[in-house]
Design a protein around this ligand. Structure first.
Ligand code: NAG
Ligand code: NAG
Ligand code: NAG
Length: 279
């Protein structure tokens, strides 16, 4: 969920495993592995195996994903999936997965409705384990999600007081990430400015080919303020909606965020992923 106490960190591990995974038949991936941390915006199925009510392992979740419902809290791919595709890696598989051996090309530790440890502490730990290229995404404009905006009788308008609280958190990220990059040799910490991009998409959906910036695409519990009702029919055109359910975004929006971060150094700053992989 697009919640205040949560943030997402994507990790590209350093080059130690590169020679193990490159085979002459496959195109060489642009990074050896993709490790994903976060909440339901990045979860690829961990919650399926956890004792939690935050689950998305039923249709219409996954209705546009090649494998159907997987535990992703959206209709299709997440930002992490789009980044994996760009890197030439398989989608990072859920950590809590009973299938197959542990992957060398990345693991997804994200879990819906989780929180974060004190953020710079977590990142020092990851650096200690060998992570060198890290992207941290801002928390999104939570005051705009239907579960928040509708409960306050704003009829889908953003609640700016809530957005302001998120901004207090986000404003502290750039100096912290700069500090980490300059004090940890060989590291690059990148900020993903998903808040400003997401807010702009909500305010100006047509700029991004979207038409509906207030209604969840799926039919949700609690009159548009909660998760999708199992096996309910989603809207006809998810690719025109910002919101998939009352907390989460559609694949269409995740695609906008991912391609911004891949190519545009105003979105992922100071370097885009395209530049990051060449460093
Ligand atoms: C940067 O790091 C130094 C030393 O670790 C610390 O004293 C300072 O408060 C940090 N600044 C920010 C903005 O995080
Ligand atoms: C359900 O939500 C809609 C749109 O926000 C609102 O107009 C309607 O009154 C709500 N219905 C109930 C029963 O609360
Ligand atoms: C890059 O992102 C910024 C901020 O979202 C936007 O204003 C700009 O138009 C984008 N540039 C391109 C080439 O898409």
């Amino acid at each position: 969920m697009w919640k205040m106490r949560m943030a997402q960190v994507i990790i590209f591990f350093s080059l130690i495993f590169l020679h193990l995974i490159v085979s002459p038949i496959c195109a060489m991936p642009l990074a050896p592995a993709l490790y994903v941390f976060g909440d339901s915006l990045m979860d690829s199925g961990n919650n399926n195996f956890m004792p939690t009510f935050a689950k998305a392992n039923y249709l219409p979740y996954g209705v546009d994903f090649p494998k159907g419902s997987t535990g992703r809290f959206t209709n299709g791919k997440t930002v992490a999936d789009f980044i994996a595709e760009y890197l030439g890696l398989p989608y990072s598989s859920p950590y809590i997965s009973f299938k197959g051996p542990r992957s060398l090309t990345g693991i997804n530790y994200a879990s819906g409705s989780c929180g974060i440890l004190p953020e710079s502490g977590s990142m020092l730990k990851l650096y200690g384990l060998g992570a060198r290229k890290l992207i941290m995404f801002e928390i999104g404009p939570i005051g705009c999600i239907p579960s928040v905006s509708r409960k306050h009788l704003h009829k889908g308008d953003c609640i700016e007081e809530t957005n302001q609280m998120v901004t207090y958190f986000n404003e502290r990220l750039p100096p912290m990430l700069k500090n980490l990059t300059s004090s940890l040799p060989g590291s690059t910490f990148v900020l993903g400015r998903s808040n400003s991009l997401g807010y702009d998409a909500i305010k100006n959906p047509s700029k991004y080919g979207l038409t509906d910036a207030s209604n969840p695409c799926c039919t949700t519990w609690a009159n548009g303020t909660s998760g999708c009702i199992p096996l309910s029919k989603p809207c006809l055109n998810p690719s025109k909606h910002i919101f998939w359910d009352a907390f989460h975004l559609t694949e269409a929006v995740y695609s906008v965020i991912a391609s911004g971060c891949l190519n545009n150094r105003s979105v992922c700053t100071p370097v885009s992923i395209q530049e990051l992989v060449k460093m």
